[in-house]
Write a protein that binds this ligand. Structure first.
Ligand SMILES: [Zn+2]
Length: 275
């Protein structure tokens, strides 16, 4: 028996292994293929009421199509439960002439006339595909979101599956749900921590600059004080009065000289007059 068990942590208890309990053969029908043959994660809709169960789908495939078991590998219910219904080591029946190349994932519902999968279905389908693309190296050719294909997009398929709204929700499967608040906050905290670190570095640099500028200001202040001291030093202070004193002395000396000349000339005149 080919049996590949899967553990998909991101789905938690939404992942239901129904391979053993489901009507039909989940393990050997239709044929065993190496995982290296898988190129696509094929997305289908069940084109049925929203509440159709995996058992009902399996029974339909067995009794109506005459198959040995359910044609898909996974079925995603409206509430986001993911049922593992056909072992991925088997090729099964969901994309004509390409069954060995696909893992068939069926979203329960009919996505025509404007109807789309529920958010829970889209989120779980994202988690399932993300697991195969990013965490399951055994699928060596399924390693990017390019591996996602609507049934009708695959070569040679004449079907409307997975419905005419497919192009509007394909990107939702790729994008996944918005980041949960807790994860969001931790990312925010990390960004803020980086900002604080950068601001602290800036602050430290500014502090150093302020310190350097304070040293320069102190030096200039000292120079100004020195200059003030020089301009108000005693020698400088005295120099002006000294000059004034000199000037005054000169005036007195000049006055005395003139007086002397006046007296001398008067005596000389008297002497001439008397001679
Ligand atoms: Zn299909």
């Amino acid at each position: 028996m080919a049996r590949i068990d899967l553990v998909i942590p991101s789905l938690g208890d939404k992942f239901k292994d129904s391979r053993d309990s489901l009507p039909g053969d989940s393990f050997n029908w239709s044929w065993i293929r190496p995982l290296s043959q898988v190129n696509y994660l094929a997305i289908h809709h069940s084109a049925s009421p929203d509440n159709q169960s995996v058992e009902e789908i399996a029974n339909y495939h067995i009794s109506n199509n005459g198959w040995g078991g359910i044609g898909y590998h996974f079925v995603v219910a409206k509430n986001g439960d993911v049922f593992y219904v056909g072992d991925i080591s088997t090729a099964r029946a969901n994309v004509a002439n390409m069954n060995e190349q696909v893992i068939g994932i069926c979203l329960v519902g009919n996505f025509t006339s404007g109807r789309s999968p529920s958010n829970e279905q889209l989120d779980s389908t994202h988690a399932l595909c993300d697991f195969f693309i990013n965490n399951y190296p055994d699928l060596s050719n399924v390693n990017s979101w390019e591996a996602i294909a609507g049934h009708k997009e695959l070569p040679g398929q004449s079907t409307a599956c997975p419905g005419d709204t497919w192009s509007s929700w394909r990107s939702e499967i790729i994008k996944g749900p918005p980041t949960s608040p807790s994860t969001d906050r931790s990312a925010e905290i990390s960004v803020l921590q980086d900002q604080v670190k950068n601001l602290q570095a800036s602050l430290s640099s500014v502090n150093q600059q302020v310190f350097n500028l304070q040293a320069v200001v102190q030096e200039k202040d000292q120079q100004i004080n020195d200059l003030r001291m020089v301009s108000s030093s005693p020698s400088e202070a005295e120099s002006i009065p000294q000059r004034q004193r000199v000037d005054t002395s000169l005036t007195i000396v000049e006055a005395l000289v003139n007086l002397y000349k006046f007296i001398f000339m008067s005596r000389k005149a008297d002497a001439i007059g008397s001679s």
